[in-house]
Design a binder for this molecule. Structure first.
Ligand SMILES: CC(C)(COP(=O)(O)OP(=O)(O)OC[C@H]1O[C@@H](n2cnc3c(N)ncnc32)[C@H](O)[C@@H]1OP(=O)(O)O)[C@@H](O)C(=O)NCCC(=O)NCCS
Length: 165
């Protein structure tokens, strides 16, 4: 049982990277959300630490039950096209804690940080099977940006969403 009452969202520290990797790979793999070829990139938390702000959510026992990578500059966002844009990638919530608003809180934190950094738009890519994520994004006001939809590898068709900040 996950105790989600006193949640804290904060930047990750290196001691968190192994747990972020484990959580991210397991959520994507168990959900059939990514091909095994993508798992090494999902697990490379140290590699993305210099390219994105890594945020984690901790439960009352300090256990990490969610994480996200917020991209404020550089090319790690993949679908950003200008310095006005931020991106989020690899949003995950522990299945035992899903459905209680944690994903929404992580996304709201990213939106607040992007606005504080002067960004005008949040963009993100999502897979066709990520239906809970699509509902979350649409509830937050994201709309589709189909002209940026892309196919990183044949058979993986990603859809792009945007939100004006
Ligand atoms: C997408 C994801 C991060 C959402 O996390 P989450 O913590 O479950 O998100 P939320 O709780 O904010 O919203 C999920 C649902 O729970 C509902 N919910 C939120 N708070 C709730 C509460 N207190 N009680 C009951 N339901 C609640 C929401 O209304 C939402 O319902 P919906 O699916 O019908 O829209 C999670 O499903 C996940 O890890 N998915 C796999 C990875 C993935 O697809 N990532 C996206 C990459 S682009």
């Amino acid at each position: 049982m996950v105790d989600v009452s006193p949640l804290r969202i904060e930047p990750a520290v290196p001691a968190d990277y192994a747990r972020i990797a484990e959580l991210t790979v397991s959520v994507y793999a168990d959900g059939g959300l990514a091909s095994p070829a993508y798992h090494p990139e999902l697990a490379d938390v140290a590699g993305r630490a210099g390219r994105a702000q890594l945020l984690v959510v901790r439960d009352g026992s300090d256990r990490i039950i969610g994480s996200v990578a917020l991209v404020l500059d550089g090319d790690f966002g993949e679908v950003t096209e200008s310095d006005d844009e931020a991106a989020v990638r690899m949003l995950v919530v522990d299945p035992a804690a899903q459905g209680r608003g944690i994903g929404e809180r992580l996304m709201t934190e990213c939106l607040d940080r992007a606005r504080a950094a002067g960004k005008k738009r949040m963009v993100l890519s999502t897979g066709p099977l990520m239906t809970a994520a699509h509902r979350l994004y649409e509830r937050l006001g994201f709309t589709r940006l189909p002209e940026r939809d892309w196919t990183p590898v044949p058979g993986i068709d990603l859809r792009v969403y945007e939100l004006e900040l």
